[in-house]
Ligand binder design. Sequence first.
Ligand SMILES: [Zn+2]
Length: 285
Amino acid sequence: MKITKCYNCNSEKHSFYAEENGYILVKCDLCSLLFVENRPDDTDISHMHEQGKHLGDEKLNVTGRFNKSKISEYLPILEDLFKGDKGGKKTWLDVGCGHGEFMIAVQKYFSGKITVRGTEPNEYKQRSAQRRGLDVTYFDLANHEEKYDVISLLNVYSHLPDPPAFLKTLKRLLNPNGEIILQTGDTAELDAKDHLRPFYLPNHLSFASESIVVGILERTDFEVLKIKKYSGLKYSFMKIGKEVVKLFMSGYKSKLLYYLKIKPYSHTTMFIRAKNLTVDTRKTA
Ligand SMILES: [Zn+2]
């Protein structure tokens, strides 16, 4: 399916940015959004997610496994986002929760006083999270009736065929004054030569920037409360080892220089906390 319009600003003008796995990543001339121009149709996209599979390149494993160290990486981020403002949150939904590391971090951070539920399309990841006693299933958000105080989506945004539409769906599932925590990259402004690779096309369909995501949130009637940027989550020796290997593999951009702080990469990961400003009057339960 050929995508001609930018989902953020509707411009039809864009320029070639990069190519990977036979997919073309273009940059919107107006707002800088990076998006896949010749993407698979939507049925293939959702199928791909259910399978946890990467269409273009079999050697990339996007299923992964439970990574305990992520929990300790998420805790200080939760503190950055909720410092001095922890109270009143009782229900939390983590969309695309994967193996559940973030759910565990949220439970820990809120001292178990919050009910955390996760939805994950990949069955392998679902089972992995369930084995850890987490409430993880897969359900269609568009037909979901529950409401939550917080909905988080980490590493989900870039997979979405239509992020503005998806945020509207999430909004419907929030309690009045409910909040979303959205994590994605802030990379759309980078030159193609500086962008981290692989892009994982077409598993990733777009890459945004702070101004793009904030703009979409505000147009969806969210108030941005906090934006925290990180220069990549903490690295371990194993990660460094992987990046050394990538130096010798074509098609991969090693983050080694970035890890070693030689190259001054800006803060490329952002967490946005935003509040739902629309009060739903349809249901007062
Ligand atoms: Zn645009």
